[in-house]
Design a binder for this molecule. Structure first.
Ligand code: SAM
Length: 285
């Protein structure tokens, strides 16, 4: 009998990715999505939501370093951080490595993702009981609409713009994010692919360009998102990710990263020409 295979199909694309599965560790259906955790030889354990790869043990450090450390080293003093989504815990783990962070609120809609990650992905979920973390199981859209809290950095660690995450790519959500950001606040959001998700990426940047004075796009390269090259959108009320980046803060922090470093911070904002043609008009100089 052949090996059990998991095929990841991408909405609107006529190719797929195929993974050999050693073992299925968790398989559930929540009110929001299907949640699976499988063990593979090449990528270790993988979390899938609605059949799409969210994180893998092998390359999660790329995504989590880049969503967290780029804005946290751009902001002059990121004391309060809000994470929307991020149920596996990897983003919270990286945020909480920064001593300057006094409080991190994480708003994840799906308790099943959190519980399955606590049980099967301890290397990512290891900081979910951190004393500085307030974990709330609720809709991030409603949270930013209703909260009176003010944050220095907001990280939108969401699934693709389908199902409960679709409004996280909308204008009303970003107007509320703007409202709950402090004067020097920064938001970074999972920004999709310039190769395969052009429309979603362009829409996201056009929305933030109407709300925030500073907008940028930066890239990272992982193993499991289609095409490998993927982006984060950064928008801010003031701090610029290059002009206001004091790279000496990175070495002064004495933190070690597997992907992020000072040169990667600078380089990630250097966009290839096709990407500039696509979204350059929405980015601030
Ligand atoms: N790194 C991943 C990626 O880019 O594919 C994202 C991983 S994380 C598991 C995404 C999380 O966003 C999921 O657990 C999902 O439940 C959560 N999410 C989706 N919509 C949400 C919403 N409206 N409010 C809060 N969390 C949400």
């Amino acid at each position: 009998m052949g090996k059990k295979l998991f095929v990841e199909e991408f909405q609107g694309l006529d190719f797929s990715m195929k993974y050999g599965v050693e073992k299925t560790l968790f398989c559930g259906q929540s009110d929001f999505q299907s949640v699976d955790i499988v063990e593979t030889k090449t990528f270790g354990k993988m979390l899938l939501n609605d059949g799409l790869v969210m994180v893998t043990e092998r390359d999660e450090f790329v995504y989590h370093d880049m969503i967290a450390h780029v804005p946290l080293f751009t902001h002059p003093c990121p004391r309060k951080v809000l994470i929307i989504g991020g149920g596996d815990g990897g983003t919270a783990r990286e945020v909480l490595r920064h001593d300057v962070v006094e409080k991190c609120v994480m708003v994840e809609i799906d308790a099943m993702v959190v519980e399955a990650s606590r049980t099967h992905l301890p290397s990512m979920s290891c900081s979910l009981d951190h004393p500085k973390l307030e974990l709330r199981i609720e809709d991030g859209i409603k949270y930013v609409e209703e909260t009176d809290e003010v944050f220095d950095v907001v990280l939108v660690d969401s699934t693709d713009p389908i199902g409960p995450a679709a409004p996280l790519f909308g204008s009303a959500f970003y107007q509320n994010v703007y409202r709950c950001l402090a004067e020097t606040g920064i938001v970074v959001a999972q920004g999709e692919s310039s190769h395969y998700e052009k429309k979603s990426q362009e829409k996201l940047l056009s929305i933030v360009s109407e709300i925030f004075p500073v907008r940028a796009l930066y890239n990272y390269h992982n193993l499991t998102y289609p095409g490998g090259m993927w982006s984060f959108a950064l928008a801010s009320k003031g701090p610029h990710p290059l002009k206001d980046f004091d790279s000496s803060k990175v070495s002064a922090s004495r933190l070690n990263f597997r992907y992020y470093n000072e040169a990667v911070h600078w380089g990630a904002f250097a966009l290839p020409s096709f990407q500039k043609d696509l979204v350059g008009g929405y980015l601030s100089p």
